[in-house]
Design a protein around this ligand. Structure first.
Ligand code: ADP
Ligand code: MG
Length: 498
């Protein structure tokens, strides 16, 4: 009995030692893992830091590049394109106008009956049509015929509350969100197709002429009186409701900004001085870059592996197309170097763009005490199971670092525009209002992003100036904005309704 007891005791002692060793090893491995993880995150935080001093440098650089881009074509990474919009809507516009919005997988048609100063928008109707994928890679005629046919159908189904005076042509604002070299308010040649469109023989052609020919083939008597992009449309839509709107910013899949410039301040402008003395400039600010931008190894890799390496550097730090993929790249690094998700790297972490920004936003806004939503999303997207609360907290922290950097940089860009406009200080003690129209899914849905952006503008401007600056969400400004620009550039301007 005694022997047995001793034996058991010995076995027990050996077992106890073995258990202790395992525990110690586990703890060491886990400590090493967290040390490395903490190191990677600390480095990331340092590289993504956007203290006010740095943001001021970014804002200054933006203003400097704006000057350079206005001085000459190719003078800056900022194209500072002249939009030919010199007549923003005032609210006095009357009549029936149309808009066509092309720039994604869906296109939209819209009609609006305008009643002038007091009545404003009397009635508005819109329809969204998805473009059959084969038309996105087909011929120009097929694409534009399809669009014109849908437009003709839309016109044919017009109710009684819309009125077109007799002997007048229908007028259309065309929102075409692809790179275009504009030659007048209603003409411009396509520089290149993007966003999955690839149509032979259209590059260099006037897109308004293409659409007009297609409308003629459909026996649709309609004239394009304004060719714009979504940013210009948003500016026009904002201005219609608020006379103090002086700039527009899109934060969606991509990002861009437009603002009102004094025509005399545009040296490269060789045309006639516009009537109003003002000209809307399409900045194409997504292509901004500066040595002051906080760029990490993850951003550099993302850029190199992108469809347009070296281009759209600002956009790649800020916009909805990229934020999720920056997060994925950091998670991949943590999986590989700090075994964050176990001994092997989950294969799906290597898939580019598998983590979309809306999912990142959902994780970032998770308010459950155990971050259940984060856990579910990691499982859903990456097949990562059984994460600890500590890991899930770290994921939220990474969302925070990336998103706040993006939002704060966007804020600095906006302050750069205000600087260029002389609206970043109170001039002559004058409390003029400054309003910026914002649109895009990122700004609209990613609350932490938009709140950070607004707060950062306040930080940069200081309380007093900030109290004169307003950020307004212009919901679908671009759709109605194009119709309003069709109105403010109508061929019947100044004529009484017959
Ligand atoms: P687009 O920019 O393509 O014209 P939108 O302005 O509607 O379209 O923006 C869509 C983009 O907004 C998406 O690609 C995505 O990046 C971002 N987005 C949409 N919903 C959310 C969301 N809930 N959270 C964060 N970002 C979102
Ligand atoms: Mg859009």
């Amino acid at each position: 009995m005694g022997k047995v007891a001793v034996g058991v005791a010995v076995v027990g002692a050996v077992a106890a030692v073995a258990v202790a060793t395992v525990v110690v090893r586990r703890r060491m491995r886990s400590t090493g893992k967290w040390t490395r993880a903490a190191e990677i995150v600390r480095e990331l935080e340092e590289q993504c830091a956007t203290p006010l001093g740095r943001l001021r440098q970014v804002a200054d650089a933006m203003a400097v590049e704006m000057h350079a881009g206005l001085a000459s074509d190719g003078g800056s990474k900022l194209k500072m394109l002249i939009s030919y919009v010199d007549n923003l809507p005032t609210g006095n516009e009357t009549g029936l106008f149309y808009a066509l919005d092309l720039g994604g997988t869906n296109f939209r048609v819209l009609r609006v009956q305008l009643g002038g100063k007091d009545k404003r928008v009397i009635k508005q109707e819109a329809e969204e049509v998805s473009i059959p994928p084969h038309l996105m890679v087909g011929t120009s005629d097929d694409l534009f015929d399809f669009i014109a046919a849908e437009l003709a159908k839309f016109v044919a189904l017009e109710g009684d509350s819309f009125h077109l005076p007799v002997d007048r042509q229908r007028e259309l604002g065309f929102t075409f969100s692809f790179p275009v070299k504009q030659s007048s308010i209603a003409s411009g040649s396509l520089i290149k197709w993007t966003k999955g469109f690839k149509i032979d023989g259209t590059v260099g052609e006037d897109v308004v002429a293409e659409l007009t020919k297609a409308m003629e083939r459909q026996n649709l008597d309609m004239r394009v009186t304004a060719l714009v992009n979504d940013t210009i449309g948003t500016l026009a839509g904002g201005r219609y409701y608020d006379n103090d709107v002086v700039a527009a910013v899109i934060l969606g899949t991509g990002t861009n900004a437009a603002y009102v410039e004094r025509a005399q301040a545009i040296p490269k402008w060789h045309g006639l001085l516009p009537k109003s003395g003002d000209m809307v400039i399409n900045m194409e600010w997504g292509n901004f870059r500066s040595s002051h931008l906080p760029v990490t190894e993850y951003d550099q890799a993302l850029d190199l592996e992108s469809l347009n390496p070296g281009e759209q550097i600002f956009e790649k730090l800020i916009s909805g197309m990229y934020l999720g993929d920056i997060l994925r790249r950091i998670l991949l690094k943590l999986a590989g170097e700090a075994a964050l998700f176990g001994d092997t790297v989950p294969p799906k972490l290597k898939e580019q763009f598998i983590l979309r920004t809306p999912v990142m936003s959902t994780m970032h806004h998770d308010t459950t005490p155990d971050l259940r939503v984060v856990g579910n999303k990691l499982k859903e997207i990456f097949d990562i199971n059984n994460t600890s609360l500590k890991v899930r907290k770290l994921v939220v922290k990474l969302c925070d670092i990336i998103t706040k950097r993006g939002a704060r940089l966007a804020a600095a860009g906006i302050v750069g525009i205000l600087k260029k406009q002389g609206r970043d200080t109170l001039r002559y003690g004058n409390k003029q209002r400054t309003v910026i129209a914002m649109d895009g899914g990122l700004f609209e849905h990613y609350t932490i992003f938009s709140k950070t952006l607004v707060r950062t503008i306040e930080e940069l401007l200081g309380e007093e100036v900030a109290s004169t600056v307003f950020i307004e969400h212009a919901n679908d400004g671009s759709g109605i904005g194009a119709a309003l620009l069709a109105a403010s550039h109508s061929q019947y301007l100044g004529l009484e309704e017959p």
